[in-house]
Design a protein around this ligand. Structure first.
Ligand SMILES: [Zn+2]
Ligand SMILES: [Zn+2]
Length: 275
């Protein structure tokens, strides 16, 4: 099983850290997790065609995680995708994707009619919304979804991927969360989001202390993420979704190493981890 980090950034634009997205692949399955800004360019760089992706999984419906959904669909059509899309996501995913497709309906129909491409199956989207917890098998891979705590976002999920006795856990966006630590137990790789303490300062008339406090409090801070990995008994901790995307890497490694007992891996776009 392989994990490819496609986008390790957050809503703030950064040319080295694109919007949140990851790919899980085995020899038989390719799953895209989230669909942040620039995901299709990163897939191209990772030499993965969107025609080959079996399913898209969404952790939650925050814009930084879903902004490129239409770009993914339309570009897969241009790449001659000949099968429908399967999307798994939280409650609200059906309504959300339907409204994206509705916004592009006129343009799409004109294109289909005029360009006369071989297949329009890429525009067929099958959507399954998550319950509280579930386990889904796709060919040789099993994924588990479980709730995490990203309130006020009501429906937010983390994932476990199981393949040949190996396990990869993706936290999604969450504040420190017992459910995550429960499901991440003894994972081979914990890919966790992080809010880096001390890197963001208030700016007069732009960023208030209240804003910084609120942003921090629905994410997991650098003071906590090492402890979470330790309690989860994760073999490897990989960090992603860096808020902010530019920060002092060595300082972050030192803080987390103290809690986790091992050095974390600072995720980078296009980093691959093979188990
Ligand atoms: Zn979020
Ligand atoms: Zn996010």
């Amino acid at each position: 099983m392989q994990l490819t980090l496609l986008g390790t950034g957050c809503p703030k634009i950064d040319c080295h850290r694109f919007g949140p997205a990851n790919l899980i692949s085995t020899s038989k399955v390719k799953l895209l997790i989230d669909c942040g800004s620039g995901v299709t360019q990163r897939l191209e760089q990772a030499k993965v065609s969107s025609t080959k992706i079996d399913a898209l999984l969404l952790t939650h419906l925050h814009s930084d995680h879903v902004i490129d959904i239409y770009q993914l669909i339309i570009s897969s059509w241009h790449l001659y995708r000949s099968k429908p899309w399967k999307v798994y996501g939280p409650k609200g995913t059906k309504r959300f994707i339907k409204s994206i497709m509705k916004a592009w309906k006129i343009e799409k129909e004109q294109r289909i009619k005029y360009e006369k491409r071989f297949s329009t199956k890429a525009f067929n989207i099958k959507i399954q919304e998550f319950k509280k917890y579930g386990k889904i098998k796709i060919k040789d891979l099993v994924f588990e979804y479980f709730e995490v705590d990203h309130k006020p976002v009501k429906y937010a999920y983390g994932f476990n991927f199981h393949h040949k006795r190996k396990k990869i856990t993706i936290s999604g966006d969450t504040r420190p969360c017992n459910n995550l630590m429960k499901y991440a137990q003894k994972t081979d790789v914990l890919l966790h989001e992080v809010f880096i303490e001390g890197e963001l300062k208030p700016i007069r008339r732009k960023v208030s202390n209240k804003t910084l406090h609120n942003v921090k409090s629905y994410h997991t801070s650098s003071e906590d993420v090492g402890k979470i990995a330790k309690i989860s008994q994760a073999k490897k901790l990989v960090l992603t979704h860096f808020v902010p995307p530019k920060f002092n890497e060595q300082k972050l490694i030192n803080i987390i190493k103290k809690d986790f007992g091992r050095k974390p891996i600072i995720g980078k776009d296009l980093l691959k981890i093979t188990l």
